[in-house]
Ligand binder design. Structure first.
Ligand code: 8X3
Length: 243
């Protein structure tokens, strides 16, 4: 929200927790709409509210997350179901509900304004599997495939479809949720890693993608901290020049 507001966007923030959402909206000058995107009724209400409140030029879907690090053989159905609901099903629901509004916004005479944008936050977990990651890997890969298919389905329309796939991002909640609230274990994930990405780094990249000229589509932006050369190759300790 902060990055997009700083770039001059009118932003409607959507999240489940109304109190947190509203304080961020108040801080940034955004509007707030509390909704659970795994619920069709909430998504419908959001679409209705947006239709009444103004043109929608861009949709940025950042809802997602992981539950558990179990091996496939130990996977808990409720975790897998939640990951598919929030990463995959919510993506489809929101796109289906908001695409008509994006089309309406893009259907204008002024060619410079005649485009709309969809940006999806996936993950490097969509690109490489790792032990204990299967449920999340599968959900994020599924979401990424939705993005690819959508770009093809929208061929010929002035609608950009962008995927941003971050690697290790240090956030307040992602790893904590994944590790079922175990704060010490969550801290260990990032231990010694020199500058994991921050949410603000990802937000800046999203704002950059939206800010490029309307004919430029950044299909896929994979971003990682320098310390994470690949999903399986993470440097702990300071980065040093070898000479
Ligand atoms: C989070 C990236 O490396 O934990 O989307 O799978 S990772």
């Amino acid at each position: 929200m902060r990055s997009l507001r700083a770039a001059g966007w009118d932003v409607v923030g959507v999240a489940r927790r109304a109190d947190r959402l509203e304080s961020l909206a108040a801080e940034t000058g955004a509007s707030a709409f509390a909704a659970d995107l795994t619920q069709q009724a909430d998504v419908d209400a959001l679409a209705e509210w947006l239709a009444a409140s103004g043109p929608v030029h861009a949709l940025v879907t950042v809802a997602g997350g992981a539950h558990g690090t179990d091996l496939v053989e130990d996977g808990r159905t409720e975790d897998w179901r939640w990951m598919f609901e929030i990463n995959v099903m919510a993506t489809q629901r929101v796109v289906a509900a908001l695409l008509p509004l994006l089309r309406e916004a893009a259907d204008v005479e002024d060619r410079a304004q005649a485009h709309a944008d969809l940006v999806f936050l996936t993950s490097t977990a969509a690109q490489r599997a790792y032990p204990g990651g299967a449920g999340y890997n599968a959900a994020k890969a599924g979401q990424s495939m939705i993005v690819d298919a959508l770009r093809l389905e929208l061929a010929g329309e002035p609608i950009r479809v962008v995927e941003v796939a971050p690697g290790m991002v240090y956030t307040e909640e992602f790893t904590l949720n994944r590790l079922r609230g175990d704060q010490a274990a969550a801290e260990q994930v990032y231990e010694g890693v020199e500058q994991p990405l921050l949410a603000a780094d990802v937000a800046d990249v999203i704002a950059y993608a939206l800010g490029t000229p309307g004919h430029v589509n950044l299909d896929l932006i994979t971003m990682r901290p320098v310390a994470q050369s690949a999903q399986h190759l993470l440097t702990r300790g300071p980065l040093r020049v070898r000479r």
